[in-house]
Design a protein around this ligand. Structure first.
Ligand code: BG6
Length: 516
């Protein structure tokens, strides 16, 4: 992570490496063992990210990758399949990684370090044999369904491959979902931490790999102009939105027992919330940042189910194309009560945020795709504009645009040209693409690199995960008992009416999904 480049607490006992001309240290030599070598995550995201890291000379000459899966395959077949996949990205504008071409030397450097091992993830003997191929530092990346996380970590423990010896590190990467409620998250943490030390566990939330999410900290703490206003004296409320146009598509089997709340809120939306609302950490080292997050999460009042709204999309039209309703999607029950939309109100009981509601919403099959944070300030007093054409003063807003727009928008009142004193709202914008060259990064580059160098700043600690589940647990429990189910909304709209009512009750309205 760039912000922590100079301050990282590297637990890896490696000798300092030379610094590249760009000022970044190449990662230490390591073997990356990917469980789930044939899976989607490996193909779509991990390989492109490793290719990009290789291109930036951030991997050591002795870096190696061992792909593990149950599929019968050879190193040659795995490598060829990945090469074909990388090529296919160049012609697929919808792929997360869409470069103009694949550089043969760069891919070749990576390809010759690939090895495939066929093994059952929980076969202790097979994993012990695999361990013999690992001379020093190793990272085990669990790119596998979450039901395997605890059994695989236990297998790694039994096989003796995660013991850190002779100054070499052994780390394990897990990606969400970390449990499906507070109790299961606690149980997962307990089983994982019975085998590994917390410093060996790297829990990925891919939102933290997004430049625009990391930039929230840079904006807040790298500039003087935001922080003095960033508190209840000046802020009226904060909205956090992750609106998606896509429906559940082919993921019905995963989504049915999950739903929008579990899929997006205690993980992705809470990470955005943490970036926006946490106190300034003393430094950017991992523990300071994760302590600041913990302090914030502990100040969140467990959400009152009356402050939560759920919806489910019915058939509609999204961006001019018809979309079938959620209940008609493959793998979904025609009577499903799974929510595809959730809106919540959070209260934070601390000095900075007491009295400032945080409204969170996320949904699929909506009319617009936008991930953003809107900080809405209190209205200025009318005073000096009395007796002018100005009927009302619009509130200032700072909008942190995460995606697809990337940057920051400030909404201000300005005088309309003309003889009258009449104010209207205008926008001042910073857009990444206007300032920085586009890079075909997939968002996993920083996360993989940080794991290699042992910087846990962008990874979630066990207590952070549990605190987020604790906040949403009353809602999950209430919904499990409530037979009424989610409120339907037509695909292509802004979501269920209940979500508008949630803000209206407080005399507020959501920032429009089609604005900015
Ligand atoms: C994933 C969820 O974690 O995040 C998906 O499982 C969701 O349902 C996705 O679509 C959103 O991520 P992004 O990066 O596309 O905003």
């Amino acid at each position: 992570m760039p912000l922590s480049a100079d301050t990282s607490t590297t637990s890896a006992p490696v000798a300092p490496l030379p610094v590249t001309p760009a000022g970044v240290r190449p990662a230490p030599a390591c073997t990356l063992v990917i469980f789930g070598a044939h899976g989607d995550l490996t193909k779509r995201l991990l390989m492109p990210a490793l290719y990009n890291l290789a291109g930036n000379r951030l991997l050591d000459g002795n870096f190696r990758i061992i792909g593990v899966d149950r599929v019968d395959s050879t190193t040659g077949q795995w490598r060829d399949g990945l090469a074909a996949m990388m090529q296919s990205f160049t012609t697929d504008p919808n792929a997360e990684f869409h470069p103009a071409h694949i550089d043969a030397a760069q891919w070749g450097w990576l390809a010759e370090r690939l090895e495939y091992v066929r093994a059952d993830f929980t076969d202790v003997d097979a994993i012990r044999a695999l361990g013999e191929k690992l001379p020093g530092n190793a990272i085990f990346y669990l790119a596998i369904p979450s039901r395997f996380f605890a059994p695989v970590v236990e297998t790694l423990g039994r096989a003796g491959v995660v013991a850190q010896k002779d100054g070499a590190f052994r780390r394990v990467v897990i990606e969400k979902p970390f449990g499906s409620d507070l109790a299961s998250a606690q149980e997962l943490n307990r089983r994982v931490l019975a085998v590994l030390d917390e410093s060996q566990v790297f829990r990925i939330d891919h939102f933290l790999g997004k430049e625009t999410v990391q930039n929230i900290l840079a904006m807040r703490f790298g500039n003087l102009i935001f922080e003095p206003l960033w508190r209840n004296e000046y802020v009226d409320h904060i909205e956090i939105t992750a609106a998606e146009t896509i429906g559940v598509e082919q993921r019905g089997a995963f989504y049915e027992p999950t739903g929008a709340l579990r899929d997006m809120v205690p993980n992705h939306l809470f990470q955005l919330f943490a970036m926006v609302a946490m106190e300034p950490p003393n430094t950017f080292d991992a523990e300071s940042v994760r302590n600041a997050k913990e302090q914030l999460f502990e100040a969140v009042t467990p959400i009152d189910p009356r402050d939560a709204v759920r919806g489910q999309y019915a058939a509609g039209t999204v961006e001019g194309r018809p979309m079938v309703g959620y209940r008609e999607s493959p793998g979904v029950s025609p009577h499903s009560n799974t929510e595809t939309y959730v809106a919540l109100k959070l209260h934070v009981e601390n000095w900075r945020w007491a009295g400032v509601p945080f409204y969170l919403r996320t949904g699929k099959g909506l009319g617009g795709r936008r991930t953003e944070v809107v900080v809405q300030f209190r209205k200025p007093p009318m005073l000096m504009f009395r007796n002018t054409e100005t009927a009302d003063l619009p509130p200032n807003r700072i909008i942190l645009n995460i995606q697809p727009a990337q940057g920051l928008t400030v909404e201000l009142g300005a005088k309309k040209p003309g003889p009258e004193m009449d104010l209207t709202d205008v926008q001042a914008r910073f857009r990444y693409e206007d300032v920085f060259a586009a890079s075909p990064n997939v968002g996993y580059e920083t996360l993989l690199y940080d794991c290699l160098i042992g910087d846990e700043t962008l990874f979630q600690r066990a207590d952070n995960i549990e605190a987020a589940w604790k906040a949403v647990d009353p809602v999950l429990q209430a919904w499990a008992q409530d037979r009424a189910g989610p409120e339907p909304y037509a695909a292509g709209t802004t979501g269920p009416k209940g979500a508008d009512d949630l803000l209206q009750r407080d005399g507020r309205a959501w920032y429009p999904l089609d604005g900015a």
